[in-house]
Design a protein around this ligand. Structure first.
Ligand code: SF4
Length: 229
């Protein structure tokens, strides 16, 4: 299977009853500002080419962001942050992400989320994370050049580590804890992989200054350097 086939299949997933109900309810009720739009209301596939050396692992789609536009991190403030940063790092052709047909392209990076459906209060449960993890595992298997994973937040970290362990990566004991700026080198069946932790680009972090643009830029610049090395 290739990435396009996985993307197509994930869009039909209904494995999490609570998330299916929420994503579809939001798509029907809508936010007043988007009343004239047709919401996507389904799982959100990853974005980026199969030859990517860098993965960015987020949390889950936003109810009126990805769940509305149908593209990951598109149409909300979190997306504004991550795509502007990817553009500054030379990994995107434009700094904005508005809709699925806005011309945005990314290079050398595959952007995924730990959970593919918008959750209530932006908070998937651990069970939903685990139910969705086979999609993450399949996607990572289809990135043969992957060398760096930028993990946005502790939830993505908790999703990714078991997936990597199951795929044959050797994890340190005790398992490394998430933190901003944490860097962990792993060895896997297909070569090395470096994990880089970053605070998530959620508004709780960006509005409060917990995550600043220079902090995010530093992580992405490190990812680019590691991927090139
Ligand atoms: Fe399927 Fe993942 Fe959505 Fe659950 S969160 S319904 S596993 S795509």
């Amino acid at each position: 299977r290739d990435l396009a086939a996985v993307d197509e299949r994930v869009c039909g997933c209904r494995a999490c009853p609570r998330l299916v109900a929420w994503r579809e309810e939001v798509a029907e009720v809508k936010r007043a500002a988007f009343r004239d739009q047709v919401y996507w209301g389904r799982p959100i596939p990853g974005m980026g080419p199969a030859d990517a050396r860098i993965a960015v692992v987020g949390l889950a789609p936003a109810a009126h962001g990805g769940n509305r536009t149908g593209r990951i991190f598109t149409g909300d403030r979190s997306g504004d942050w991550i795509f502007a940063a990817l553009w500054r790092a030379g990994l995107a052709n434009q700094p904005t992400s508005v809709s699925r047909d806005d011309g945005l392209e990314v290079h050398d990076v595959r952007i995924v989320s730990a959970v593919r459906c918008a959750p209530p209060d932006n908070a998937p449960t651990p069970a939903e994370r685990d139910t969705c993890s086979p999609w993450l595992a399949r996607e990572l298997q289809l990135l043969p050049r992957l060398r760096v994973a930028v993990v946005l937040g502790g939830f993505g970290w908790s999703a990714l580590l078991p997936v990597l362990a199951a795929a044959g990566y050797v994890l340190p004991r005790p398992r490394p804890r998430f933190g901003h700026g944490v860097e962990v080198e792993l060895v896997g069946p297909d070569g090395p992989l470096t994990l880089l932790g970053s605070y998530h680009v959620s508004q709780q972090n960006t509005f409060t200054g917990r995550l600043t643009e220079p902090m995010l830029d530093a992580v992405l610049q490190r990812a680019v350097a590691l991927a090139a090395g």
